[in-house]
Each structure stands twice: as C-alpha cells, then as structure tokens.
Design a protein around this ligand. Structure first.
Ligand code: DAH
Length: 363
C-alpha cells in the first residue's frame, strides 16, 4: 500500500505541474493510459490473494477517481488561463475609427431633414407624406389660392399632360407640387383633429439660379386643435430655430406677411451678422428671413371638412436647402444636385452619426 501512496503523490504532482493541455495529457497517459502506472498496478490485482485484492482494488479505484478529478480540475484551470491570456492579447480599442475608413457620406439634405425631424419629433410632431404629382385642388384651390390668384403665377408651376382626378379642379391638369402645403390638405381630409405633423419633401418650380433649382425641398408644419393660438406658433418656431442653429438665445422676430392659406400670416427672421458676402447666425444687427407661417385660414379648414368654429391651428413652411446652407455655410444651391463627389466629401456627414437631440445635432 505504500506503493499506492507514493504513486498518488507522484501522479498528482505531475498533474499540478502540467503547464498546458499537452503536458496534462502526457501526465494522464503516464498514470491512466494503457501502460500507465495505475493501469499497470490494476493489472497486477489478478495475481493477488482475494483478501488483499479487495483492499488493494478499492484503494486503486479511489486513486483512479481522485486522479481523474484532478485532471479535470487542472484542465478547467488551464482552459481558463488560456482564455484569460487570449483576452489579454486580443484586446481591441473599440473607440478607434473603423477600418477601412467608411467611404459614403450623408447628403446635407438628408442630414438637415433628419435634424428637423429629430427636433419636431421631440415636440410630439409626426411625419406625414403626400404625392409629388398633385391636382389643382390640393396644390392651389383648397389652400385658398383660387384660379385667378397672383400666387399661381408666382409659383412657376410645372404642368403635366393628362387630366386630374380630384373632381374639384377648374384646371384639370396634374402639376408637380409647387410646395409641400398640399399635404396639409391631404392630412386634414383624411384625419380628424387634433393634428400635429411635419412634412419634409420635394417641391418643384420652373426657376434656376444660385438660390433656385427646379426641384428643391421644403418642410411643412401643421398643428390643428381646439385652442391653438399664435403664441403656440411663435413658441414652437422659436424653439425650433434655437435648437436647429444651436444658439440658445437666438434673436427672432415675426413680420406680418401674406399667404392665402394663413390668416394672419407672418415671416420669421433670425438674428445674424453680415460682413461682406458672409453672415453668421446669432447676435448681430441684421436679420435673415427663415420661414413663412401663420394661423390656418378658416376657409382652408372648411375646404377639408373641419369646423372652423371649433378648430384652429397654425402652419409653417421653410426651405430645407436654405436652412442647410445657412447652418453649414454652403454658398450655392445648385451644387446640392450636381452629384460632385468632392462636394459630398466636403459637405456630407458620417453615416453612423444619426442626429438626435440627446446625441447632439452636429456630427
Ligand atoms: N407654401 C409656402 C411656399 O411655398 C410656404 C408656407 C408659408 C407654408 C406659410 C405655410 C405657411 O404652411 O403657413 O412657399
């Protein structure tokens, strides 16, 4: 039995000394393999007297179990150590920029639209959409722009061939919508108030110079409820401009103006400084027009089947390119649509930084 004690000490020492999984396997084979020391002793049991065989057999079985457990424990410890060292070696800095460098850039129109949606989304507005091809009713008449109204000429409308489908129209030709305001009509026709929507989208006018392109983008806003008033309009748009331009106390003013679909109507200006051709949004002695707005004309509500005695609301519309140019210092509107990759690399935005009020609007 002394043999077994020495053997036990030897084998356990060999297991403990195994520095890796290969070494451990060698220790296992040396003890429990076909020619291992424990196996050899077991083979010798057959030659023993029954009484002796019983005691020795039991002792050897206990030893075998003990060794098997020790091997398992050592194997687990080695595997842990192995994992730890790999984790240590393969450490990566997740704050490093991705490789290869991302190539694509987000167009300033998409970026600005996302910023607008993020700000109004926080105020409880949802995004609505409507068709680019409109009928006369939605683009003009329902917005209180009757057939002979001068605003129709000012809109430089693209007329299409064919005939409209509204059944309302005096002029039956479909048009490329000249503004996003017709979506106000679509929404009010199908959804009962209260309403709180913004409508980013394309608009079309036959015009082309440094500040006009035949296709451009606007965002329309519409709020209709039972007690909405001019104070809500002013607060909402002031908050928007301050968040969008990231100037907490940006000066704003509302000038009386005229739009057929609002009464009263106003234009909103924001403070800026102008030096030569350059300007800076913020405090200064100059003003920059930024959007048109007003209280929804009761006739427009009526045209959509909404009772103007019970409901009132405000609306606004602004050019997305215009506010993108102001914020990001882009001098020429036409460059937005030239698909010049150098321009996009310069004025575009990284794809993974989605604008949000929490994350910050400026990437
Ligand atoms: N639709 C007008 C335009 O093109 C912009 C506008 C002004 C929209 C006042 C409005 C508003 O909703 O209230 O140019």
């Amino acid at each position: 039995m002394e043999d077994v004690e020495t053997l036990r000490a030897d084998v356990l020492a060999a297991i403990a000394a195994a520095g890796d999984l290969d070494g451990l396997e060698q220790a296992r084979v040396a003890a429990l393999g076909r020619k291992g020391r424990i196996t050899e002793l077991m083979k010798g049991l057959g030659a023993m007297a029954p009484e002796q065989r019983k005691t020795a057999g039991r002792a050897l079985n206990v030893l075998k179990d003990e060794v098997a457990n020790a091997i398992e424990a050592r194997r687990a410890a080695l595997a842990d150590a192995d994992l730890d060292s790999r984790l240590d070696e393969e450490r990566i800095d997740v704050t490093l920029p991705t490789r290869p460098q991302p190539e694509g850039r987000i167009h300033p129109i998409s970026q600005t639209t996302d910023e607008i949606v993020a700000i109004f989304g926080e105020m409880g507005f949802t995004v609505a959409e409507g068709p680019d091809i409109e009928d006369d009713w939605h683009n003009f008449t329902a917005l209180n722009i009757p057939p002979d109204h001068p605003a129709r000429q000012e809109h430089d409308t693209f007329y299409l061939h064919g005939s409209g489908t509204s059944g309302h129209a005096d002029d039956d030709r479909p048009v490329l919508r000249t503004h996003t305001s017709p979506v106000q009509i679509h929404v009010m026709e199908r959804t009962p108030p209260p309403l709180r929507i913004i409508v980013p989208g394309r608009a079309y006018r036959c015009d082309y110079d440094a500040t006009h392109t035949p296709m451009f983008h606007q965002v329309e806003g519409l709020v209709v409820d039972e007690s909405t008033h001019m104070g809500h309009l002013k607060g909402c748009l002031t908050d928007f401009c301050r968040a969008y331009f990231d100037v907490d106390d940006l000066p704003v003013r509302f000038r009386p103006s005229y739009f057929p679909f609002t009464e009263p109507s106003a234009e909103m200006d924001i403070g800026c400084t102008r030096e030569g051709g350059k300007f800076r949004i913020g405090h200064g002695d100059d003003w920059m027009e930024i959007l048109g707005c007003g209280m929804v004309n009761p006739k427009v509500l009526e045209n959509c089947g909404i009772d103007p005695e019970r409901y009132q609301g405000f609306a606004f519309g602004m050019g997305i390119e215009r506010i993108a140019m102001l914020k990001y210092g882009i001098p020429d509107l036409r460059t937005f649509f030239e698909s010049d990759l150098r321009w996009l690399r310069h004025y575009g935005f990284p794809a993974l930084q989605v604008p949000s009020l929490v994350g910050g609007l400026d990437p």
